[in-house]
Design a protein around this ligand. Structure first.
Ligand code: PGA
Length: 249
């Protein structure tokens, strides 16, 4: 069986009290299967509760949904990589489409955040993806490559970064890319990473956007996908426990 990552992005849901209950229900289904990793991205206030709740369980890690690029100081409301790490995060999402489109984060800022994550010893999970308008204009690969170049260009080949391809039009909309659509973009991303040599192999590329119990098996049958990044369908611990056990060829 090939290794697969199942990342749950809770967005602005699940406080620390709920997180403890969630994890009890999640682990009631048993330990995470071999060759699979489960990454939880809770809101910042719940990182510590998640880190405590997963301690002693194998193949599972906690991450932040976002970090600020400065290391410390007068930045009210922001969380540095070091603070997230101290709370128990080992990873961080960077440039999630909601950060880009709701909060106006720029390509340049995602680059600064990747640098900050690496400095704090957090593994970045860089999110890239096109809007519907960009897809319809035939600009998907140009947009995704621009986002990759802005965040990763010029780094050395030892950098460990996971990529999440999340078409904006598929996030939270119930419309997901077909496995073939996703595979095409994954292949282009993998090709770019190989050619640029700015990150270390193996290249781990997740797909995200309305992944759920019904479509996960079909998506994971596509070998270009190294896993999934899931929002809505990760919020119910029992359904998520089932999703991370999705059979995959
Ligand atoms: P969704 O969100 O699964 O609810 O579409 C995915 C994401 O934003 O990471």
């Amino acid at each position: 069986m090939r290794p697969l990552v199942f990342a749950g992005n809770w967005k602005m849901n699940v406080g620390p009290v709920e997180a403890r209950e969630y994890l009890r229900a999640f682990f009631a289904a048993g330990e995470i299967p071999h060759e699979r990793s489960v990454w939880f991205f809770p809101p910042t206030v719940s990182i510590e509760a998640v880190a405590q709740g997963i301690a002693g369980h194998r193949n599972v890690q906690a991450g932040a949904q976002d970090i600020y690029w400065e290391a410390k100081g007068a930045f009210t409301g922001a969380t540095s990589g070091a603070l997230a790490k101290q709370a128990g995060a080992r990873l961080t999402l960077i440039g999630h489409s909601e950060r880009r489109h709701v909060f106006g984060e720029t390509d340049e800022q995602t680059g600064k955040k990747v640098t900050a994550a690496l400095a704090a010893d957090l593994q970045p999970v860089l999110c890239v993806g096109e809007t519907l308008e960009q897809r319809e204009a035939g600009d998907t690969l140009a947009v995704v490559t621009r986002q990759l170049a802005a965040a990763l260009g010029g780094r050395d080949g030892k950098t460990r970064v996971t990529i999440a391809y999340e078409p904006v039009w598929a996030i939270g909309t119930g419309r997901n890319a077909t496995p073939k659509d996703a595979a095409e973009v994954h292949q282009a991303i993998r090709g770019w990473l190989k050619k640029q040599a700015v990150t270390a192999a193996p290249y781990v590329i997740l797909y995200g956007g309305s992944v759920n119990l019904k479509n996960a098996a079909e998506l994971l049958a596509e070998h270009e996908l190294d896993g999934v990044l899931v929002g809505g369908a990760s919020l119910d611990p029992r359904a998520w426990a089932q999703l991370v056990r999705t059979p995959a060829a």
